[in-house]
Every structure is written in structure tokens, then in C-alpha cells.
Design a protein around this ligand. Structure first.
Ligand SMILES: Nc1nc2c(c(=O)[nH]1)N[C@H]1C(S)=C(S)[C@@H](COP(=O)(O)O)O[C@H]1N2
Ligand SMILES: [Mo]
Length: 309
């Protein structure tokens, strides 16, 4: 693990050695349970080594995943997060859950995560800039957390906010974005089993540059929807403002579903470059809903996705 400090502390709820045991896992679930490296209580939460939702594509390297990032709180360059996110304090960490919920409050992250079944999910990840990666996330379904806090009947959307801490996030001295970074999902998107809160990747606690200690991953949407370093989750009745939509509404819609037939105004979305493509072979066609069409297309029945982009 180079370039960032592995965080422990609260991350006792995050599995560490899973990835190293991947071969055993693939060979059979029993090996996972028997592995001495996995006796820590946290690891017992891993109910499935490779989820049925995982893609069979080979993951990008840890090096790719941790050295080519978008995290504007640390600067706009792809290398800035790896260079500057190491100084972010991620323990202690708490998340405010408010709005139309039965149990609003400020939750310590460990409490929030402790009942949730962690899984490894190998997801395709497609940035709006037309690059893509395959990432082995560790996380749990957002629906599990929302069910635990109790979503009230008036709730229609979920709004998310990232930490604001300019003394540790040098990019926040730029007024380019109106901080905090914000994102949102419609409630049915938030409740979909593909939507996860990730606390790690490659079997390790989440690297800071990837959104430690907890970030959203919505694999059928462009990468910017997958908000990092979350400190607030609000259940609301109206479509919430989102950072990229606020910046440039003609280019970034609320939905931002990966869609090869709806181009960004300044470039085509029909194909993508796999990061690390020296190894994996250059450009590929972009898939509808990033390849998750069978799972999510029904969420948008009756919507014109060129209008609701
Ligand atoms: N808080 C916050 N979350 C963010 C961003 C950001 O700048 N700030 N960038 C988004 C964009 S544009 C992308 S492509 C992904 C990148 O995630 P990765 O660095 O883990 O690949 O994070 C998303 N989440
Ligand atoms: Mo992105």
C-alpha cells in the first residue's frame, strides 16, 4: 500500500485481508471462513466474497485506482488527490442523517456501519470524461442503512454532502465549486441493491483519495454521482441541488445515467478509455447503464432519457 496511510481505528468494521485471500474465496466460500486472516469480527460481516452483482471483468490495479482520481476538494488534477488527501483526518467520523426519517441523528460511523453486511462488489465505473475502471469495492447496500433509520412516506429523494474542512482539503480554497460537494438520488435509485456505500476497496480500508472513510457508489451512473467522504445524508421531498448540475446544468443533469446514445454537449459518450489500457486494450464501446441495463432499466420506464439526462 503506497501513497497513503491505511486507516484503522473505526475501520475495525472494515475488512482488511479479503483481497489477499481472493483465490481461496473463488475456490470456495469455506476457505473464506477458515482463513485465519479473517477471524476478526469485522470480517465475519462479509456475507459473500464476490457478490452476484460483481462483474467478471478483471479489476484495474490498486495503483490505477489510487493514483488517477477526481476529488476536487484536493485539487482538479488527476494526481492531486493521491498527493494531498493523505492529510485528511477520517477518524473520528460521523454522519448526520436528517430530513424525513424516523431516527434522525448524528451517527458515529462505526455505529452506522456495524449492522450492515459488507460485501465485495466488483463494479464497472464510468466517468463522464469517458474513462473507465473496474474497482473491487467493499461496501454495503445503501438500502440497508435507509431501512435502519426509517424512511418516512413523504421522502422522494436522498441528498448527500461531503465534508467541508478547508484546512485539510486544499482544493476547497477554490470558489470554483460551492462547497460542500453535493449529490442526490431518487429514492428508488437509492434503494436499488446495486447502490452501495463503500468503506474500502481491494480488501483494505478506503484510501483517502477514493473517498475515505465512506463514499457512495452508483455503478450505472457517471462517476461524479458517486460522492466521496460523506458527512450528511438527508431524506427530502424535492429533487435536491447537485454540484455538477449547479455548475453547468446544460452539461450535467440530475440523473446522469451512463448512456452511449446521449452525448455530453462537448464530447461523445459512445465509447470509453479503460484506465490502464496499455494492458487492457484501448477504447471500448460504452454500455447502456454502464452494463447494468438488466438491473436498472425498469427504474426509468416512461422517462425520456434524452430529456432526463
Ligand atoms: N466529494 C467529491 N466526490 C466526488 C468527486 C469530487 O470531486 N468530490 N468527484 C467525482 C467524480 S467526477 C468521479 S469520476 C469519482 C472518482 O472516483 P475515484 O477517484 O474513486 O475513481 O468521484 C466522484 N465523487
Ligand atoms: Mo467523473
Amino acid at each position: 500500500m503506497r501513497g497513503y496511510k491505511t486507516k484503522l481505528g473505526w475501520s475495525d468494521v472494515t475488512p482488511k485481508p479479503l483481497w489477499l485471500n481472493r483465490r481461496q474465496i473463488i475456490a470456495g466460500g469455506a476457505a473464506l471462513l477458515a482463513s485465519p486472516a479473517l477471524v476478526r469480527p469485522a470480517s465475519a460481516q462479509i456475507t459473500a466474497a464476490a457478490s452476484k452483482y460483481s462483474t467478471a471483468d478483471a479489476p484495474n490495479t490498486l495503483e490505477d485506482i489510487t493514483s488517477y482520481n477526481n476529488f476536487y476538494e484536493f485539487g482538479t488534477g488527476k494526481e492531486d488527490p493521491a498527493a494531498y488527501a493523505g492529510g485528511l483526518t477520517t477518524d473520528p467520523w460521523s454522519v448526520v442523517i436528517d430530513g424525513l426519517v424516523d431516527k434522525p441523528g448524528t451517527y458515529d460511523l462505526a455505529d452506522l456501519v456495524k449492522d450492515q453486511p459488507l460485501e465485495e462488489r466488483i463494479y464497472r465505473f464510468r466517468c463522464v470524461e469517458a474513462w473507465a475502471m473496474i474497482v473491487p469495492w467493499i461496501g454495503f447496500e445503501l438500502a440497508g442503512l435507509l431501512n435502519r433509520v426509517g424512511v418516512q412516506s413523504g421522502a422522494k429523494f436522498v441528498a448527500f454532502e461531503t465534508l467541508v474542512r478547508p484546512e485539510e482539503m486544499p482544493g476547497q480554497s477554490s470558489p470554483f465549486i460551492e462547497w460542500p460537494y453535493r449529490e442526490g438520488l431518487r429514492l428508488d435509485e437509492a434503494m436499488h441493491p446495486l447502490t452501495i456505500l463503500a468503506t474500502g476497496l481491494y480488501g483494505e480500508a478506503m484510501p483517502n483519495q477514493n473517498g475515505a472513510p465512506i463514499r457512495l457508489v452508483v455503478p450505472w451512473k457517471y462517476g461524479f454521482k458517486s460522492i466521496k467522504s460523506i458527512v450528511r445524508i438527508s431524506l427530502v421531498d424535492k429533487m435536491p441541488p447537485t454540484t455538477w448540475n449547479m455548475l453547468q446544468p446544460s452539461e450535467y443533469g440530475f440523473y446522469s445515467n451512463v448512456n452511449p446514445t446521449v452525448d455530453h454537449p462537448r464530447w461523445s459518450q459512445a465509447s470509453e478509455r479503460r484506465v490502464g489500457s496499455g494492458l487492457f486494450g484501448g477504447r471500448q464501446d460504452t454500455l447502456m447503464f454502464n452494463g447494468y441495463e438488466a438491473e436498472v432499466a425498469s427504474l426509468y420506464t416512461g422517462q425520456d432519457l434524452a430529456v432526463d439526462f
